[in-house]
Design a protein around this ligand. Structure first.
Ligand code: SF4
Ligand code: SF4
Length: 365
């Protein structure tokens, strides 16, 4: 079916094939040659690299910050606030605390703003966080692409395993949501301002800096599974992506298919990393859609698949989507920075004190 990429009109007729009308007659489906197109530049890849670079930068800064604590010196400005994006449970608690009290905590304020920015992106623009921003999503995608090169294809779990395994992430999310919802305002405040929450980022760093054999084995298994199956971690285990998938159902933006110009080639479904039957749907309503544009890019007929607010409305190009996503995300982060709410209020002296006793600090649950 790659025939539609050639210039000959004869080949185009062959590519569009035939369609059966309701009265049983069969007609040839024709598509204007000018609508057939090739692949455009992959803007998403550049955005993913940008966020990977930011993550690595934060990682190096945080490494230097903890190194300073280990040597007994600390500077408040050396700690990159962006590290709080790796504390989603703490951010969820901060979010609920803010909803209940209107108070923005000053222990991990940037974690709160990043959480809000990600929720907003997902509500307005599908689960774009997973395929445009999240470094784990980027690594996952790179791994399955590498796996496809190594094994000639990616594999697919049988439905009887796939469906129950996919419920795992919903159970994990339900566990966290129920646990956080059960906390009173006093309990939330007590956790947010606890020593454990104050050093949660440092504890996470130490976990990876002194990683156990069991953790290496788990990560190794995930890497192997990610080579074999598309987005294994995101599809089966990530509760954060699951939350975003649910919020993404609220928004009007969706991948929509124009039935009249669709030539039923199935390229979109083949390209979809979330294994969605895009070629059979008028609009993709699934919480699994990560707004990656792979289907749009794979579709040979221009304007047949669009990311749009309603059917018949002009779709957002990848470039427009990228600008909107970056605008919403960095808009919220920028406002927090300009308003002086980005940095936390812990002093270098407090960090040094906490670090000296870090072995004895636990969450107390
Ligand atoms: S390929 Fe299309 S339907 Fe599938 S996840 Fe990406 S944007 Fe959504
Ligand atoms: S919407 Fe899917 S099936 Fe239809 S033409 Fe595009 S790629 Fe082919």
């Amino acid at each position: 079916m790659d025939a539609y990429r050639t210039k000959s009109s004869e080949t185009i007729r062959e590519a569009v094939g035939t369609a059966r009308l309701k009265d049983g007659r069969t007609v040839r489906r024709l598509v204007d040659k000018s609508l057939l197109r090739g692949r455009g530049p992959d803007i998403r890849g550049y955005v993913q690299m940008l966020f990977l670079f930011i993550t690595l930068w934060i990682g190096v800064d945080f490494y230097l910050f903890v190194g300073g604590l280990e040597r007994g010196v600390a500077s408040a400005t050396a700690r990159p606030p962006g590290v709080e994006s790796f504390l989603p449970i703490s951010a969820l608690m901060s979010f609920r605390y803010f909803i209940l009290t209107g108070i923005l905590n000053h222990v991990h304020p940037s974690g709160f703003f990043i959480f809000v920015a990600i929720l907003l992106v997902s509500t307005l623009m599908k689960k774009g966080f997973c395929s445009w921003i999240c470094p784990v999503g980027y690594i996952s995608e790179s791994l399955f692409e590498l796996g496809a090169k190594m094994f000639g294809r990616n594999f697919r779990l049988p439905r009887v395993i796939d469906v129950p395994l996919r419920s795992l992430k919903y159970l994990l999310l339900a566990f966290f949501l129920v646990a956080v919802s059960a906390l009173s305002v006093d309990e939330l405040r007590s956790f947010i301002y606890s020593d454990y929450n104050k050093v949660a980022d440092i504890k996470m760093y130490l976990f990876f800096a002194h990683i156990s054999t069991a953790a290496i084995l788990v990560i190794g298994a995930l890497v192997v599974l990610s080579l074999l199956y598309k987005n294994f971690w995101c599809r089966y285990a990530c509760p954060y992506g699951t939350l975003l998938g649910i919020t993404s159902l609220i928004g009007p933006m969706k991948i929509r298919r124009v039935e009249q110009t669709c030539i039923d080639c199935g390229k979109c479904a083949d390209a979809c990393p979330s294994l969605l039957p895009v070629d059979k749907l008028d609009a993709v309503n699934s919480p699994e859609c990560i707004a990656c544009y792979s289907c749009v890019e794979a579709c040979p007929v221009k304007h047949t698949l669009n990311m749009s607010m309603a059917s018949g409305r002009k779709g957002l190009s990848q470039k427009q989507y990228a600008l909107l996503l970056l605008g919403v995300y960095f808009g919220i982060v920028g406002v927090a920075m300009i308003a002086g709410l980005w940095q936390n209020s812990l002093s270098p002296h407090e960090y040094l004190e906490l670090f000296r006793n870090i072995g004895s600090i636990s969450h107390g649950f």
